[in-house]
Design a protein around this ligand. Structure first.
Ligand code: ADP
Ligand code: MG
Length: 402
């Protein structure tokens, strides 16, 4: 791919439309986590510091009914951004119309305006029209008409074709911002051209959520380590008793065929040798470490055991690229977080390896357990990260490849 990046655009004196991801959590009008706003600062700053005029677009939540337009206004986000960046940010409470047009055309160099939630265009006169979410071409053209250049820096929506990413990029000279660039380099790097050996660690709740990721990684990785809830479908497929552990009965054949495929491709597939088992799905209950050969009928495995942590740590040694998706156990409960912590530690200890986390809960686990700064890259996309790891083309990125 020959993606264009922000640094290659001459932004001086130009109106630059920047699609950011300000889809932040808000409770009662208060932003509870401003990580995404902070993450967009380098791109916005680059544009204004180089004499560009910034026109910001973002979505926030979904807009399916009129009430969502009150709930999901970007107004508080403009205030927050202004605080963080230390410059005025003029909020325009509309997504189109004369106020939008005159604000855009009268912007001074270094100025910033932010339009209202792009998804307000999804609901009009009592009907779901989905102009933003279904990439209405006229809407894309309209937004494009407000600026001279387009920068996409919203990775979280890159797997969806929307008017505010693909629609605008179809019309204007376009490039990827710094956040998107990092995702392309790291996650795209794993998919397209990983430095070997590549070790993938997969976990999380269900096999069914991760089929695409596993299949894609079987084609690329040297080793695949499997933990989390999905391990039990594999163990069961190997003929083991898994008690009441998470099982996807209808995925047993798939698990078998994935194991066969790994064998055929000479990819080492590594499963846990022990688990932390309890009789109930809760933190405050008795639990024990048990071999995967001895799980009792009334037990369920909620984490990988110490012998598995040691095994995984050994298998990670020498890796040059590690991609991790899916917690090893129910990390939200303290008693079942040790496997995930153990794997974080093993990854943190690797020298000279590029280490990447993909997936919303995995990123949350690394943050919560205090390992976030130990990884080369934590992908911020959730669904977009998974689709990217599956090797799918993300429309919001592909459109920048000219
Ligand atoms: P990601 O968002 O990183 O892709 P997933 O959504 O697939 O990850 O999985 C995360 C969830 O998997 C967590 O909520 C965790 O509690 C759950 N999980 C991990 N191990 C188990 C297990 N042994 N049994 C049940 N749930 C598990
Ligand atoms: Mg998840």
């Amino acid at each position: 791919m020959a993606i264009k990046y922000l640094e290659s655009l001459d932004v001086k004196g130009k109106k630059v439309i920047i699609r950011v991801d300000f889809n932040v959590p808000i409770k009662n009008g208060v932003i509870t986590d401003d990580t995404r706003i902070r993450a967009a600062i380098p791109t916005i700053k680059y544009v204004i510091d180089n004499g560009g005029k910034a026109i910001l677009l973002s979505h926030l939540g979904r807009v399916k009914e009129e009430a969502d337009k009150t709930k999901n206004t970007l107004a508080p986000i403009a205030v927050k951004l202004s605080e963080i960046i230390g410059k005025p940010v003029r909020f325009i409470p509309a997504t189109r119309g004369s106020e939008v047009e005159s604000a855009a055309s009268s912007l001074a160099e270094g100025g910033i305006i932010m339009l209202e939630n792009t998804r307000f265009e999804d609901f009009e006169n009592g009907t779901a029209v989905k102009k933003e979410s279904k990439c209405d071409k006229e809407l894309g053209k309209y937004w494009a008409s407000l600026g001279d250049l387009f920068v996409n820096d919203a990775f979280g929506t890159a797997h969806r074709e929307a008017a505010s990413n693909v629609g605008i990029a179809l019309v204007l000279p376009s490039a990827a911002g710094f956040l998107l660039k990092k995702e392309i380099e790291f996650v795209g790097g794993v998919v397209e051209n990983p430095v070997k050996p590549l070790v993938a660690i997969l976990g999380g709740a269900k096999v069914s959520d991760k089929i695409g990721v596993i299949e894609s990684l079987i084609d690329r990785a040297d080793k695949i380590i499997i933990g989390g809830g999905m391990m039990f479908t594999f163990l069961k497929a190997m003929g083991k008793n898994i008690g009441k552990s998470l099982l996807e009965e209808d995925k047993l054949d798939l698990a078998k065929s994935l194991m066969q495929k790994a064998k055929d491709k000479n990819v080492e597939l590594i499963l846990p040798v022990d688990t932390i088992a309890a009789k109930e799905f809760k933190n405050d209950t008795a639990f024990r470490t048990v071999s995967v050969d001895d799980i009792a009928d009334d037990e369920l495995g909620l984490d990988i055991g110490e012998a598995s942590i040691k095994l995984f740590t050994d298998k990670l040694k020498g890796a040059k690229t590690v991609v991790w998706n899916g917690p090893m156990g129910v990390f939200e409960m303290e008693n079942f977080a040790k496997g995930t912590i153990g794997v974080c530690k093993a990854i943190a200890a690797l020298e000279g390896a590029t280490t990447i986390i993909g997936g919303g809960d995995s990123a949350a686990a690394a943050e919560q357990l205090g390992f976030a700064d130990k990884f080369s890259h934590i992908s911020t996309g959730g669904g977009a990260s998974l689709e990217y790891l599956e090797g799918k083309v993300l429309p919001g990125i592909a459109i920048l490849d000219k």
